[in-house]
Ligand binder design. Structure first.
Ligand code: AR6
Length: 180
């Protein structure tokens, strides 16, 4: 399994599954959520409204994940997950976000998956902490289905921190790609 770290916009990455850092309402937000919804198009919003009515009437719990189609994105599916808020939530739930997304990617036969740095924007998790948690999850993860996991960082500084933390901790090869 290849692990890549990319600096750039996750909506431009060609993978089977794109992960969205959503909120419990699942009806939209800013940051990466806003970017994914804009790029996917209005049909995604319609599907989310339907999901809220029929599948998750009380919203999506922190750490859980749910699949939608990807519409105009260059992916097969979007996996939406809700990260914990750093100051008021349980940051350990961030692990669940990553593991639940990986599980859903496997169930949907996805060979590649791209993650943003969940919880590190509006939800306030320091990027270093996020990199440590991701490193721990990936070190213990094995799959016969998933062949590539791509970690997408929007900011140069975040990208450098991920490279350092994951590069130190992991046996897996790192593949750095800079996207502008
Ligand atoms: N591609 C990749 N990463 C991005 C992009 C992009 N296009 N845009 C932003 N990021 P955030 P959270 C990075 O706030 O902290 C939303 O409103 C960004 O630099 O999107 O989990 C939701 O609806 C940061 O490192 O997600 C929720 O209400 C990372 O994505 C809430 O924000 C996550 O930042 C979730 O907060």
């Amino acid at each position: 399994m290849k692990i890549s770290i990319i600096r750039g916009d996750i909506t431009k990455v060609k993978v089977d599954a794109i992960v969205n850092a959503a909120n419990f309402g699942m009806l939209g937000g800013g940051g990466v959520d806003g970017a994914i919804r804009r790029a996917a198009g209005h049909s995604l919003q319609e599907e989310c409204v339907r999901l809220r009515k029929e599948v998750i009437p009380n919203g999506l719990e922190t750490g859980k994940a749910i699949v939608t189609k990807a519409y105009n994105l260059p992916a097969k599916i979007i996996i939406h997950t809700v990260g914990p808020r750093y100051y008021s939530g349980d940051i350990n739930l961030l692990k669940n976000c990553y593991t639940n997304c990986l599980k859903l990617a496997e169930e949907n036969n996805c060979e590649s998956i791209a993650f943003p740095a969940i919880s590190t924007g509006a939800y306030g998790c320091p990027i270093e902490k996020s990199a440590e948690i991701v490193s721990e999850v990936l070190e213990n993860f094995k799959s016969d289905i998933i062949k590539e996991i791509i970690l997408v960082l929007f900011d140069e500084e975040d990208y450098e921190i991920y490279k350092r933390v994951l590069g130190n901790g992991m046996k897996t090869d790192l593949n750095e790609i800079i996207m502008d």
